[in-house]
Design a protein around this ligand. Structure first.
Ligand code: PLP
Length: 451
C-alpha cells in the first residue's frame, strides 16, 4: 500500500508535463488539482491518497467488465509475449485480429460481416465517412460526399468526427472542419415532453437531404442512443424510419455504437432494440472494456462486395489497425461478456437502476427527468422540475452536483450547457444490486447537498 505513495511529486509533474485532454488548462496550471488514480477493482477506483470512488460512468463509458480483470491482463500478457504487434498492411495478418473479426461478424446484426480495425471511436467514424465516399466513387456516384449528423451528437475529435460532432465546444475547437457536413434535429428533449412522434425527427433529416440534394449525400450518422449529448433514447419507429429514408434516397446509414455497443444498453448492440441493420457500424470503447486501445467499423456485405471489386490500393489504414494484443484482449472481453451473461445483466440491473433513478425524481425537487436503457442512463436537473423551468446558465448546476458527488466518492459526468443540466450515469455491467443501492445512496446525498 505504502509503496504506491512514494512519488510525492506526481501532481507537480502532472501539472508541468501532461496536457490533459478535454480539460481546463488554466485551472490545471493554477491548482495542479488532478485526481491521480492508481488502481481499480470492479466498480471502484482509488486515488493516490487512498480515497475510493464508485466509477459511475465506467470511466469514459468503456470499462464494461469493470476494473482489475485478471483474465484480460493475462490475455494481454500472453499475446504480448508471443507477438505484441505486427503489421496488417498489404498481405499481413495475425490470428487474434482474424479471430476477433470473425467473432464480431457473429455477434453483429445480420449482414455486417467484415471489419476495418482502428485505434478508437473517432478513427472509426472517419473511416466510415471515407469508406462511404469511396463506395459511392466506385459505383459511379462520386458527387455523393455529404454527411448528415444530428444536433447535440458526439462522434469524436479527429477532423471528420469533429465536423459531425455537434456539441458546441467540440465542434468549434480550433475551427477545424471537413466540408460538407450538415446537422438535423436530434431525437431530443421533445420526446420526453410529449413529442414522441418519430416522423417529426425523420422529417428533419429528410428536409436536409432534400435541401442538399440526395445525389450529393453519402451518409447519415446517428448514435442510436445519443450519449454525451445527454442520453436520448429514440422514440419508437424513429431508427426504422431513418433506415427506410436511407434506402429510399440511396444513402448509407452509419450507426455510431461506440458507447452503446457490447452490452451497455441491454442488448449486444443498441440497433437490435429496433431491428435496424446499418450499412456501417462504428465500435470502440467497450470492445476491450478499455483494457486496450481498439476500435473498428463493421461493414455490410453489400458494401464489402463493391470494395472487393476494387483492384488497387485501399489507401487507408492505421499503424495499429488489427493490433495483435488489442485484438486478443477484445476477443477475450467479448468471451467474458457472453460467458458471464453481462448483456442480460445490463438489462436486468438497468431496469432496477432505472427504477431507483425514478425514485430520485419523486424524492428531489431538482430532479425532473430520468432517461435511458440498460446501464446507460441520465437524470436532468431543473430549477423547478414541475414546470421544467431551467436553471440560469451561470448557475452551473450540473457542475455543482458533480462536485457534491465527487466529495461523496461518486464519479459522474455532466452534459448540457446553456441552462441544460444533465448527469449521465453508466456504471460497469458487472455492478450488483447492493452496489447500485450504494451508488444511489451517494448520488441522493449529493443531490440533497446540492439542493
Ligand atoms: N462516438 C461516440 C458515440 C463517442 O461517445 C465517442 C467518445 O466518447 C467517440 C465516438 C470517440 O471515440 P474516441 O474517443 O475513442 O475517439
Amino acid at each position: 500500500h505504502k509503496a504506491l505513495h512514494t512519488d510525492k511529486d506526481l501532481l507537480k509533474k502532472d501539472q508541468k508535463h501532461f496536457l490533459h485532454p478535454t480539460s481546463n488548462p488554466k485551472q490545471q496550471a493554477k491548482s495542479g488539482a488532478s485526481i491521480v488514480l492508481r488502481r481499480g477493482q470492479g466498480i471502484y477506483l482509488e486515488d493516490i491518497e487512498g480515497k475510493r470512488y464508485i466509477d459511475g460512468l465506467s470511466s469514459l463509458w468503456n470499462v464494461n467488465v469493470g476494473h482489475g480483470n485478471k483474465e484480460l491482463a493475462q490475455t494481454a500478457f500472453e499475446q504480448m509475449e508471443t507477438l505484441a504487434y505486427a503489421s496488417s498492411f498489404k498481405g499481413y495478418s495475425n490470428p487474434s485480429a482474424i479471430n476477433l473479426s470473425e467473432k464480431l461478424a457473429e455477434i453483429a446484426p445480420n449482414g455486417l460481416n467484415s471489419v476495418f480495425f482502428t485505434s478508437g471511436g473517432s478513427e472509426s467514424n472517419d473511416t466510415a465517412f471515407k469508406l462511404s465516399r469511396f463506395y459511392w466513387e466506385q459505383v459511379g456516384k462520386p458527387e455523393k460526399k455529404k454527411i448528415i449528423a444530428l444536433e447535440r451528437s458526439y462522434h469524436g475529435v479527429t477532423i471528420g468526427a469533429q465536423s459531425a460532432t455537434h456539441l458546441p465546444a467540440f465542434h468549434a475547437f480550433s475551427g477545424s472542419h471537413m466540408n460538407d457536413v450538415y446537422h438535423a434535429v436530434p431525437h431530443l428533449t421533445d420526446c420526453e415532453r410529449g413529442n414522441k412522434d418519430a416522423d417529426h425527427y425523420e422529417r428533419s433529416i429528410r428536409g436536409v437531404i432534400e435541401r442538399e440534394g440526395k445525389e450529393t449525400v453519402a451518409a447519415v450518422i446517428i448514435e442510436p442512443i445519443q450519449g454525451a449529448g445527454g442520453i436520448y433514447v429514440p422514440p419508437a419507429g424513429y431508427l426504422e424510419a431513418v433506415r427506410k429514408l436511407c434506402n429510399e434516397y440511396d444513402i448509407h446509414f452509419i450507426a455510431d455504437e461506440v458507447i452503446c455497443g457490447f452490452g451497455r444498453t441491454g442488448s449486444m448492440f443498441a440497433v437490435e432494440h429496433w431491428d435496424v441493420v446499418p450499412d456501417f457500424m462504428s465500435v470502440a470503447k467497450g470492445i476491450t472494456s478499455g483494457y486496450a486501445q481498439l476500435g473498428g467499423v463493421l461493414i455490410h456485405d453489400k458494401i464489402r462486395k463493391v470494395i472487393n471489386d476494387f483492384d488497387g490500393v485501399l489507401a487507408h489504414g492505421f499503424t495499429y489497425s488489427g493490433h495483435a494484443m488489442a485484438c486478443a484482449v477484445g476477443l477475450k472481453n467479448i468471451e467474458i461478456i457472453e460467458r458471464d451473461g453481462l448483456v442480460d445483466r445490463a438489462k436486468e440491473m438497468g431496469e432496477y437502476f432505472g427504477d431507483r433513478l425514478e425514485e430520485l425524481v419523486t424524492k428531489h425537487t431538482s430532479v425532473g427527468l430520468t432517461r435511458g436503457m440498460g446501464l446507460l442512463r441520465s437524470i436532468e436537473l431543473f430549477k423547478d422540475s414541475k414546470s421544467f423551468e431551467r436553471f440560469d446558465p451561470q448557475d452551473n448546476a450540473a457542475e455543482k452536483l458533480y462536485q457534491h458527488c465527487f466529495d461523496r466518492g461518486l464519479l459522474v459526468r455532466t452534459s448540457g450547457g446553456n441552462g441544460i443540466n444533465i448527469i449521465p450515469l453508466a456504471p460497469p455491467l458487472i455492478i450488483s444490486q447492493p452496489e447500485i443501492d450504494e451508488l444511489i445512496e451517494r448520488f441522493s446525498a449529493g443531490i440533497t447537498a446540492f439542493e
